[in-house]
Design a protein around this ligand. Structure first.
Ligand code: ATP
Ligand code: MG
Length: 452
C-alpha cells in the first residue's frame, strides 16, 4: 500500500522503541482513518505484539498509567500527551452483547484488526510497512461506505453499541451504510436495549451533530425508537395542515438538518414536535390541529432526556427552547423582552435558529412571512440589547434593599413589588430610572400595606 500518512514524532518514537525491542507496533483505528481522510485525528492509539509487561519494559517510561493492563492496554504519558498502547488481541465469546468474556492476546495484527467494528476503523499503519488493510477499509473510505468487518449480524450480537457507532460514523463522515450492514442494523436494532443510557446518549449526540444526520434519522427511525420509543408514532403521522407537506417525523428530520451542527440546537429540533401525535385533533373541515404541543413536547423531552441521563443544564435549555419554539407574539420590544426574561441574551438567538429551522422544514405556505417575522424579532432584539432595556430583576435600577428601606418587611410583599415594577418597565409603562422606580415602589408599598 503506497499511501503515506503523517504520524506525530511522539508516536513514531513509541513505535520505534517497541520495534527495537523486537516487537511490531502500529498506529491503529480512528487515527489512521482520519489521516487518510485528510482530517487531524483527535488522538493516536497504538497497537503492538508486545504484552503489557513487555511494553513497559521496552518503553522504560516513568509516566505510566497501569489500569487497563488486564485488557492489554498500557497508557503512557509522553511529552504532555497520553497514548494508549494495546496488545494485539482477539475478543472471546461475548456476554450480554457488550462485554467479551475473555480477551486473548494474539501475535498478528490481522487478528487484532478483525475484532474491530467497521472496515474504515480496521486499519493500522507504520512507516516501515505503510497501511495494513485486510478488510477493504481504504476502498470503503474512498467510496464513502460504512461496512462491518465480517458478518454484521455476528458483530452486532457481540456488541450492540456497534449499531450506534455504525449510524454515528455514517452521520459524522457523511458516508452511506452498505446495504448488507444496513439490513443487519434494522434486524438487530433491539440489541441496543442491552446498552447503557450513557453510552447510547454519547453516540446519539455525535450522530445528531453529524453532517449526514438527516440521512441517518430518515433511514433508521426503528433504531432510534429502541431508546426513544416516543418516536414511533411520529413516523408517517400526517399533519393535515397547509403549513406542512411532511409527516411529523420527516418534518422533524428536516428541521434537524436546518439547524447548525450543535448539540443543543439539534436536540431541540429533534424534540420540538415530539408531542404532536398525542396533541392532534381534527376539526370538521378535516384540518389538523396540535394545541398545546409545545408544552407536551417539553414534558416528553424532559422525561426522555432524564431517562438517557443527560446533564441538568442540557435538559433545562432544550426544554425551554422546545416550550417556546412556536410562540409567535408581535415582533415588538415588550414581547422580545418577555422572551429575554425566559431565555436570556445568549439563548434568544438560539430560539430564532429553531424557529428558522422549523419554518424551513414546513411547506412553502406563508414561508416568506414566517422568515420575515423571525428577522423582525432579531432586529428588535438587537435594538433592545443596544438600548440596554431591562428584562429581569437584576437589571432594574432598584432592588430588595430599597423596598425594605421603605419599611416593607414581608419577603412576599417585597417580591410582589419588584415583580410589578419589572412588569411595568418591560411593558413601557415605567422608565427604568431609579427615582421613578422609587416613587412607583412607594405607591405600591402603600397599596400593599392597605391590603394587609
Ligand atoms: P473517534 O475517536 O473519532 O470517536 P475512533 O474510531 O477512534 O473514533 P474510538 O472509540 O476511539 O473510536 O475507538 C478506537 C478504535 O477501536 C476504533 O477505531 C475501532 O477500531 C475500535 N473500536 C472501538 N469501539 C469498538 C467496538 N465497540 N467494537 C469494535 N471495535 C471498536
Ligand atoms: Mg479514538
Amino acid at each position: 500500500m503506497n499511501i503515506r500518512i503523517e504520524i506525530p514524532e511522539n508516536v513514531k518514537y513509541i513505535i520505534r522503541k517497541l520495534e527495537k525491542s523486537g516487537y511490531s507496533a502500529y498506529a491503529v483505528g480512528g487515527c489512521v482513518r482520519d489521516s487518510i481522510m485528510g482530517k487531524v485525528p483527535s488522538d493516536w492509539d497504538i497497537c503492538t505484539s508486545a504484552l503489557p509487561e513487555q511494553t513497559l519494559e521496552a518503553l522504560q517510561m516513568d509516566n505510566i498509567i497501569e489500569n487497563g493492563m488486564k485488557h492489554g492496554t498500557v497508557t503512557v504519558r509522553y511529552k504532555g500527551e497520553n497514548y494508549e498502547i494495546t496488545t494485539f488481541r482477539s475478543d472471546g465469546v461475548y456476554d450480554d452483547n457488550r462485554h467479551p468474556r475473555s480477551v486473548s492476546f494474539v501475535t498478528s495484527v490481522r487478528e487484532d484488526l478483525a475484532r474491530r467494528d467497521l472496515t474504515i476503523n480496521a486499519l493500522a499503519y507504520n512507516d516501515r510497512e505503510g497501511i495494513i488493510d485486510h478488510f477493504g477499509g481504504v476502498k470503503d473510505i474512498k467510496n464513502g461506505i460504512i461496512r462491518c468487518v465480517g458478518d454484521p449480524d455476528e458483530r452486532y450480537n457481540e456488541d450492540g453499541l456497534r449499531i450506534m457507532r455504525t449510524l454515528r460514523f455514517a452521520s459524522t463522515l457523511g458516508f452511506e451504510i452498505d446495504s448488507r450492514t444496513a439490513k443487519s442494523v434494522h434486524r438487530n436494532a433491539e440489541l441496543l436495549g442491552n446498552i447503557s443510557a450513557e453510552r447510547i446518549a454519547s453516540e446519539f449526540n455525535k450522530l445528531l451533530v453529524g453532517s449526514n444526520a438527516g440521512y441517518v434519522l430518515e433511514s433508521f427511525p426503528d433504531v432510534i425508537s429502541v431508546f426513544i420509543p416516543e418516536v414511533k408514532p411520529m413516523v408517517g403521522f400526517a399533519q393535515k395542515t397547509p403549513h406542512h407537506i411532511y409527516d411529523v417525523w420527516t418534518h422533524t428530520v428536516k428541521a434537524v438538518t436546518f439547524t447548525p451542527e450543535e448539540k443543543l440546537m439539534r436536540l431541540t429540533a429533534f424534540f420540538h414536535d415530539i408531542g404532536k401525535p398525542e396533541a392532534f385533533t381534527e376539526s370538521p373541515d378535516g384540518r389538523g390541529h396540535f394545541h398545546g404541543h409545545p408544552e407536551l413536547s417539553e414534558k416528553m423531552a424532559y422525561k426522555i432526556l432524564r431517562r438517557l441521563k443527560y446533564d441538568n443544564q442540557t435538559i433545562d435549555t432544550v426544554c425551554r427552547l422546545v416550550r417556546l419554539h412556536d410562540k409567535r407574539p408581535p415582533a415588538e420590544p415588550k414581547y422580545v423582552r418577555m422572551f429575554l426574561n425566559e431565555l436570556g441574551e445568549k439563548l434568544f438567538p438560539k430560539l430564532l435558529e429553531i424557529k428558522y429551522a422549523d419554518a424551513m422544514a414546513q411547506s412553502q405556505f406563508r414561508r416568506e412571512e414566517k422568515l420575515n417575522y423571525i428577522e423582525q424579532l432579531r432586529s428588535v432584539f438587537f435594538q433592545e440589547i443596544e438600548k440596554g432595556s431591562a428584562y429581569n430583576l437584576k437589571m432594574l435600577k432598584i432592588n430588595g434593599r430599597d423596598i425594605i428601606d421603605m419599611g416593607v418587611k414581608d419577603g412576599k410583599c417585597i417580591g410582589f413589588i419588584l415583580d410589578k415594577l419589572l412588569e411595568m418597565v418591560m411593558n413601557d409603562q415605567l422608565e427604568n430610572d431609579r427615582e421613578k422606580l422609587l416613587s412607583a415602589a412607594r405607591k405600591l408599598a402603600s397599596e400593599v400595606s392597605k391590603e394587609v
